[in-house]
Design a protein around this ligand. Structure first.
Ligand code: AMP
Length: 140
């Protein structure tokens, strides 16, 4: 039996403005903000406003709105960090590494020869997140 969507998950609370985030982009359907435990500088998350646990229960019409924004943020992050590549990741259920149960895509700038930090590792300083967000926003 699959679990249901919890409307009080941490990303739903960010969407409702109940907890803060370092925002990068928002429109009627999609929001992007900095990951607080970045695996590399510029690590960001793109989420739909509509709630689903992950890709498996998402409305395809929501995905159609979401993916162009993932691409837009990936291009901006690549330019902002002069990245050699961009890693896009999305996990479905705990067995696959999912820890927050509101659909999200990770967008992470990668540089040749530089390893990623662990997933959900240390919290980044808020001022560093804000400075990195400004760099990305300047490339949107
Ligand atoms: P996952 O569900 O495993 O795909 O990853 C959830 C991601 O959300 C992790 O990379 C966390 O660092 C990140 N995260 C958790 N809480 C917050 C938050 N309040 N604001 C921004 N990112 C968060």
């Amino acid at each position: 039996m699959s679990a249901t969507y919890d409307p009080n998950n941490i990303f739903a609370r960010i969407l409702k403005g109940e907890i803060p985030s370092v925002k990068l982009y928002e429109d009627a359907d999609v929001v992007a903000f900095m990951d607080v435990m970045p695996q590399a500088p510029g690590h960001l998350l793109v989420i739909p406003r509509q709630g689903s646990r992950n890709l498996l229960d998402a409305d395809p019409a929501v995905l159609a709105k979401l993916m162009p924004v993932v691409q837009k943020l990936a291009l901006a992050a690549k330019e902002a960090f002069e990245a050699d590549g961009i890693y896009v990741a999305q996990f479905n259920e705990p067995a696959a590494g999912q820890t927050v149960f509101h659909l999200h895509f990770h967008v992470i700038p990668r540089h040749d020869g530089q390893p990623l930090k662990p997933h959900s590792g240390g919290m980044e300083d808020i001022e560093v997140l804000k400075a990195n967000a400004e760099k990305i926003k300047a490339c949107l």
